[in-house]
Ligand binder design. Structure first.
Ligand SMILES: O=P(O)(O)OC[C@H]1O[C@H](O[C@H]2O[C@H](CO)[C@@H](O)[C@H](O)[C@H]2O)[C@H](O)[C@@H](O)[C@@H]1O
Length: 248
């Protein structure tokens, strides 16, 4: 059972107010629809320009906060030059990197996961500070993949497990999206604003909670229990909500 209460029911969020709000957006499942493979997502061609326009209207108080590796995230959003946080809070563009270097054993971790994926017909995702095993095409593998990842972690104390949608990720211990938000929040452009966080996944729950604790609010995207007070149905709904905030 989820440890998060369902506070958001189906309440539509208030309109985005670029004069008062600071905006934090998860990427997969929030800005873009979930796809069968990580490289198969479709980024709407106007999304980078939309994010740039909102960031400018917010005085730069907008950041994308993703589990993706930073270079990959930057590539998917080419044309948007604003703040990015990648690798579940380990990497950043536009502020000091939260993590100086990956923990010892990264190469071994990646080699172990890559060879396990190759032997089991799973999808291996190479990440700057870790790696992921995707089983969306083979959901029956969930338990064995998790058991394998736990065994790998026993010999690599610097890393932790990050459950994801139809995937298991291993990332550095101690990094998280809400910790990255604490660092972003110290940047001058966020002073005096109300944080608004949008996310769809369990990994976003601490960040949705963080936004409320800091006087703003969270918006859960899609189904599922959440600490967020508001909800939007899907990434298309998020993009419509973003567009409405730009209208005069
Ligand atoms: O924090 P996010 O921006 O939401 O990133 C979370 C992970 O998203 C990606 O995996 C997920 O989306 C894929 C594409 O839709 C999907 O095929 C996969 O099943 C999902 O788990 C990405 O590949 C990961 O690196 C991110 O950490």
């Amino acid at each position: 059972m989820s440890s998060y209460p369902n506070r958001s029911d189906r309440t539509a969020p208030p309109l985005l107010d670029p004069a008062r709000h600071a905006l934090f957006l998860d990427f997969d499942g929030t800005l873009v629809e979930i796809a069968p493979r990580p490289d198969a997502i479709v980024v709407p061609p106007d999304l980078p320009a939309t994010l740039s326009a909102i960031s400018e209207a917010c005085g730069g108080a907008l950041a994308i906060v993703s589990g993706r590796s930073l270079p990959e995230l930057a590539q998917f959003l080419a044309g948007f030059d604003g703040l990015l946080v990648g690798s579940h809070g380990a990497e950043a563009r536009g502020m000091a990197p939260p993590l100086e270097r990956a923990p010892e054993g990264l190469g071994r971790l990646q080699a172990d996961l890559a060879s396990y994926a190759a032997s089991r017909g799973l999808l291996y995702e190479h990440k700057t500070h870790g790696a992921a095993l995707h089983y969306r095409h083979a959901p029956e593998a969930a338990e064995t993949v998790e058991a394998f990842a736990r065994a790998v972690l026993e010999t690599l104390p610097g890393f932790a497990m990050q459950p994801a949608k139809m995937a298991i990720e291993l990332r550095p211990e101690g990094v998280s999206k809400d910790r990255a938000l604490d660092s972003l929040w110290r940047l001058p452009q966020f002073a005096g604003r109300l944080p608004v966080y949008l996310g769809d996944d369990r990994t976003d729950e601490p960040a949705l909670d963080w936004a409320a604790r800091m006087g703003g609010f969270g918006i859960k995207v899609g189904e599922g229990d959440s600490v967020a007070h508001y909800r939007l149905p899907d990434p298309a709904g998020v993009r419509t909500w973003l567009g409405a905030g730009q209208e005069e």
